[in-house]
Design a protein around this ligand. Structure first.
Ligand code: UDP
Length: 241
């Protein structure tokens, strides 16, 4: 049916905004369920899926500590990491409401609500076709969940990093402001860094380059797009060497 997966193990990065409704903050149950339904279709095809969740719908460290805020920037980053746990818990519930076994793993130990992130354990869950939801980023301040996505994709032996966004790839300029902006089909890591293209933050790009981890930037909102991405359809923008 043309949707046969090209990859066996995949890392999906979902920004916090995927859990919010439009630009509103907080968690939308409808949006969360929508994500879960897309994820389900991928798991049904036997793909092993690890999902790194962001927290921007609740709190972003850099914004929260900006402009003489009384919140220290490191504390704000920890707060941001904790925000991702909320999205992770919501996604876990949504997956399980569809009867898909899911494990929430946190990089900051939080025994009462999640398992601690242990690499070999995460791999074991994947082998058993459980959906692995990775929260609390890397567990370290000073980076974002994009870095966590690149790190986990590499250490869990994923073949590709799918970066889900609200635009269908990377453009030469803001497509909403410039009608001549063109979508790139393929970019190299070097181009992304050189032209400062908004794919993921630079440490994440560097990690992917070193690990030779291809990145696909795509619009997760389009029906079945995660499935199509994994089937290797020509959607979004690929970043590789
Ligand atoms: N964060 C962090 N270390 C990490 C991952 C995240 O300090 O390894 C903090 C950081 O403050 C970030 C916030 O958590 O702003 C929420 O994550 P992010 O902004 O990446 O979420 P997204 O933009 O994907 O929704």
């Amino acid at each position: 049916d043309g949707l046969k997966p090209k990859y066996k193990r995949v890392l999906l990065k979902l920004s916090g905004e995927a859990f919010g409704q439009g630009s509103k903050s907080g968690i939308s149950i409808d949006e969360t369920l929508n994500i879960a339904q897309q994820v389900k279709r991928v798991v049904d095809r036997g793909v092993q899926l690890a999902i790194v969740v962001g927290g921007g719908n609740i709190l972003r460290g850099a914004q929260f500590s900006a402009g003489g805020s009384l919140i220290n920037e490191v504390t704000a980053d920890y707060m941001g990491m904790l925000a991702t746990i909320l999205n992770g818990l919501a996604l876990q519930e949504a997956m399980e409401s569809l009867n898909y076994q899911t494990r929430l793993l946190s990089a900051i130990p939080m025994q009462s609500v999640s398992e601690p992130y242990i690499r070999r354990r995460a791999i074991r869950h994947l082998e058993k076709n459980r959906v692995v939801v990775l929260a609390a980023g890397t567990g370290n301040p000073g980076v974002t969940t994009d870095s966590a996505a690149a790190l986990r994709a590499w250490e869990l032996g994923c073949e590709v990093l799918l970066k889900a966004t609200r635009v269908d790839g990377v453009y030469s300029d803001d497509p909403e402001r410039n009608p001549h902006a063109v979508r790139y089909e393929k970019l190299t890591y070097a181009q992304v860094v050189r032209d400062n293209l908004r794919v993921m933050d630079i440490p994440a790009i560097d990690r992917c380059r070193e690990a030779k981890m291809p990145i696909l930037v795509f619009d997760y909102k389009r029906e079945g797009s995660i499935e199509r991405a994994i089937a290797g359809h020509p959607i979004g923008t690929w970043v590789c060497d």
